[in-house]
Design a protein around this ligand. Structure first.
Ligand SMILES: NCc1[nH]cc(CCC(=O)O)c1CC(=O)O
Length: 299
């Protein structure tokens, strides 16, 4: 076994916190191994003045980390699964998905008002077309405005009154110890989360002995759910500019997957869910995508 395992991560406070958590978990299981955190700045972290879909979508936060894996300058990369594109390079694999953190979206509002109590015309900060479409479905009389930057930066922009409220992932706030900022938690039905939201993924080179070692921090139910959601994503070939979301959870031997899809121009949002035996997770994710593409709605 190599002496020091180099663990690549983005350099935001959230990414570093997540990576330290992964390293701690691995150390608990393998006290003799040594780990080194390698911070890598990605294009997504550098370009902060434009919206993600205008500068190239999801790959932005992970390309540099994958290149570092491919050229052997790191041994594993810790990602937020929600930032992972539908397809990975052939040489790489997600070696483990630890137990998922809270997958839901939340609202932080300036005056502590829930979404339904915000004044007509209030401005909601979000850079995500998925969140924008669903917010406007719940409150067509509000406005949305793009926001970029990491979680603390977004909270600061809210405090400076650039917005009346912002939407963030609960998972990020929990990991940063900022849950006390939360005004309202959206259910996964009123606001279908992003594919993979709340989950981490640890990427390694295919065939690397580290893959086996990572199994101790894999959570099988989380892995099945994320893979179901990612099958959905792959079928829709989603880029950052397609409003879509999916959230799967497991109940006994069954998996239930909720999905939302709108047109690229943000019109015609629709939602659906599907349920089946959990071993059929992939087929179910694909089928849910087909139902939504065919215009399916539920109620
Ligand atoms: N889009 C950026 C991003 N990528 C991962 C998280 C944290 C939540 C997670 O781990 O899924 C966030 C912040 C947010 O959406 O509020």
């Amino acid at each position: 076994m190599r002496k020091i395992i180099r663990v690549g991560t983005r350099t935001s406070e959230l990414a570093i916190t997540q990576t330290n958590w992964v390293i701690e978990k691995l150390k608990e299981n393998y006290p003799d191994l040594e780990f080194e955190l390698v911070g890598i700045t990605t294009k997504g972290d550098m370009i902060l003045d434009r919206s993600l879909d205008k500068i190239g979508g999801k790959g932005l936060f992970i390309n540099e980390l994958e290149n570092a894996l491919l050229n052997n300058s790191i041994d594993m990369a810790v990602h937020s699964m929600k930032d992972m594109p539908a397809k990975l390079p052939d040489e790489l694999v997600i070696g483990a998905i630890p137990k998922r953190e809270d997958p839901r979206d939340i609202l932080v509002s300036l005056e502590g008002k829930a979404l339904k109590d915000l004044q007509k015309g209030s401005v909601i900060g979000t850079g995500s077309v998925r969140r924008e479409v669903q917010i406007l479905e719940l409150r067509p009389d509000l406005n949305t405005k793009p926001i970029r930057g990491n979680v603390p930066t977004r909270l600061n922009k809210l405090m400076e009154h650039q917005f009346d409220a912002i939407v963030l992932a609960m998972a990020g706030l929990k990991r940063l110890g900022l849950e006390d900022k939360v005004t309202e938690i959206f259910s996964h039905e009123e606001m279908v989360p992003a594919v993979g939201q709340g989950a981490l993924g640890i990427e390694v080179r295919k065939g690397d002995e580290l893959h086996e070692l990572l199994k101790v921090i894999n959570d099988e139910d989380s892995e099945i759910c994320i893979n179901a959601e990612r099958a959905f994503l792959q079928r829709l070939n989603g880029s950052c500019s397609t409003p879509l979301g999916a959230y799967a959870h497991i109940c006994g031997d069954y998996i239930k997957i909720y999905g939302m899809l709108a047109e690229d121009d943000k019109t015609d949002p629709r939602k659906a869910f599907i349920e089946g035996k959990k071993e059929n997770f992939e087929e179910l994710g694909l089928k849910l995508a087909d139902m939504l593409q065919a215009g399916g709605k539920y109620d």
